[in-house]
Design a protein around this ligand. Structure first.
Ligand SMILES: C[S@@+](CC[C@H](N)C(=O)[O-])C[C@H]1O[C@@H](n2cnc3c(N)ncnc32)[C@H](O)[C@@H]1O
Ligand code: SF4
Length: 374
């Protein structure tokens, strides 16, 4: 079950302010920046393997664009020294429009980043405030203008929907503005009320007026229709790209390939071993070891199950021949019961070549995927 497409994820756990909905691992203690990056460099030094041929690198967070670019540069240089990057195809960095200027974007370009993922969320000023974002609408335009002038031709934005007091008019306006920008990639996320967020507190107090299921369904339909008119293809449940601009890094995850996660709380999966790094920032910085938490040896059975449910996230679905070559099993036989049931309710399509979700299947994707778990 070996594969040779490996990605690297680097976690930058700093944000200027915590957004009201977000439970990603991040802190506002920039006084720890220096110690954190020293430890991160040491981690890469210790764990790197030059025999690995790296296809993608992704700096995520947190807010990578909120730390001094020289720290990002040091990490990039360390990766260049310690891994074989001769076949690197994509190097992305997540940026928040409230932290972007000519100087840091130019530095990312000079370091070799060729893709920007911008946390836009919405163009609506009131909603940006409600979400607790640090940026406004003009920051979004400024960031995209700067990036283009510098030379970036692969720009992605994150948009959110299903927000408090949300409506179709707001979503349509966001989609129109996004389409006017003629970008290459869009990720759309329906709001999830995560524990230990400001929105969760508000929700418990009955202060959040959230859209009902019917409206959410309409929102997802509108997204699909609007972006399709502008040559975006939906290639994953929440992701749309112009041809050739699908996220190569995220495809590594969805194709169940290998990835290194460096930094606090990151996950790595290398061959049949998966583990998490130390989840506490102070422990990560202060420990002399790089302990592997929740280490799992993935059995063939686990790899197959994960191959199925990750593959079903992709609109192209699972190529049955590739799947057989990689895992040595016939999906049709192994999952006969699940497949029969999902075919009956028209949630999947199965032919000689592929197994994939139908539009209805996408709507009930969690239910469908659970059917393939033992
Ligand atoms: C880890 S964040 C990184 C982006 C960057 N820090 C920023 O916000 O500008 C990735 C994306 O996840 C989405 N996201 C975060 N929390 C979410 C939630 N509770 N529900 C839905 N989407 C969420 C947002 O669209 C966000 O841009
Ligand atoms: S959404 Fe992005 S900027 Fe906001 S808290 Fe989460 S990681 Fe930080």
């Amino acid at each position: 079950m070996m594969n040779n497409k490996t990605g690297i994820y680097i976690h930058i756990p700093f944000c200027i302010k915590k957004c009201n909905y977000c439970d990603f691992f991040s802190v506002t203690q920039y006084e720890l920046e220096d110690e954190y990056f020293q430890k991160l460099l040491m981690e890469i030094e210790t764990r790197a393997d030059y025999t690995k041929n790296i296809k993608t690198i992704y700096f995520g967070g947190g807010t990578p664009s909120s730390v001094r670019p020289e720290y990002i540069r040091k990490i990039v240089l360390k990766l260049k020294e310690k891994f074989n990057l001769s076949n690197l195809e994509e190097m992305s960095i997540e940026v928040n429009p409230g932290t972007c200027n000519n100087s840091n974007i130019q530095e990312y370009w000079d370091m070799g980043f060729n893709r920007l993922s911008i946390g836009v969320q919405t163009f609506n000023e009131d909603m940006l405030k409600k979400l607790g974002r640090i940026h406004n609408k003009s920051d979004i335009y400024k960031t995209i203008d700067i990036a283009r002038q510098i030379g970036f031709t692969n720009i992605s934005i994150d948009l959110m929907y299903g927000l408090p007091e949300d409506n179709l008019e707001r979503l349509c306006s966001d989609l129109d503005l996004a389409m006017d920008l003629n970008l290459q990639h869009i990720s759309t996320y329906g709001l999830i009320i995560e524990p230990e967020t400001k929105f969760h507190e508000d929700f418990k107090l009955g202060l959040l007026k959230l859209p009902n299921e019917e409206l959410l369904l309409e929102m997802r339909e509108i997204i699909n229709i609007k972006v399709a008119d502008f040559d975006f293809s939906r290639y994953e449940i929440a992701n749309y790209a112009k041809s050739g601009f699908e996220s190569k890094h995220n495809l590594i995850y969805w194709n169940n390939n290998d990835y290194y996660g460096f930094g606090v709380n990151s996950t790595s999966k290398i061959e049949n071993i998966r583990f998490m790094n130390e989840p506490d920032l102070n422990n990560y910085i202060n420990s002399n070891e790089f302990d592997k938490h929740n280490l799992e040896e993935l059995t063939d059975e686990m790899q197959i199950e994960e191959g199925v449910f990750l593959g079903l996230r992709l609109m192209d679905g699972i190529d049955l021949k590739d799947f057989f070559n990689r895992y040595n099993i016939d999906i049709k036989k192994k999952y006969k019961n699940a497949i029969d049931e999902l075919l009956d309710i028209k949630a999947i399509i199965l032919n000689d070549k592929v197994l994939k979700l139908t539009n209805y299947g996408i709507e009930i994707s969690n239910y469908c995927m659970a059917k393939f778990l033992s």
